[in-house]
Design a protein around this ligand. Structure first.
Ligand SMILES: [Cu+2]
Length: 76
C-alpha cells in the first residue's frame, strides 16, 4: 500500500518546560523537525507546548522527547 501524499498523519502535543525566548523555540523546532517522519513542529512559548505532526510508521513520540531533552529542555 502506498500513498502519493502521505496518509495517516498524527499529531501530538508535548508540555515542555524551560523554553523562554525565540531562540529556545528555534532550537526545539530545529531538533524535532530534523527527525525523519516529522512534517510540522509548532512551538507555543506562552503555553509551554510543542505540537508535532508526524507519520507514526516512521517515528515515535519517544524520539521527540529525546530530541527536546537533548537541547536542554524538559518534557513534562
Ligand atoms: Cu531561549
Amino acid at each position: 500500500m502506498s500513498h502519493c501524499c502521505g496518509g495517516g498523519q498524527q499529531t501530538v502535543s508535548l508540555n515542555v518546560e524551560g523554553m523562554s525566548c525565540g531562540h529556545c523555540k528555534a532550537s526545539v523546532e530545529k531538533a524535532v523537525s530534523a527527525l525523519d517522519g516529522v512534517s510540522k513542529v509548532d512551538v507555543d512559548l506562552a503555553g509551554k507546548k510543542v505540537n508535532i505532526t508526524y507519520a507514526p510508521e516512521k517515528v515515535k513520540p519517544d524520539a521527540f522527547k529525546k530530541a527536546i531533552t537533548g537541547q536542554g529542555y524538559e518534557v513534562v
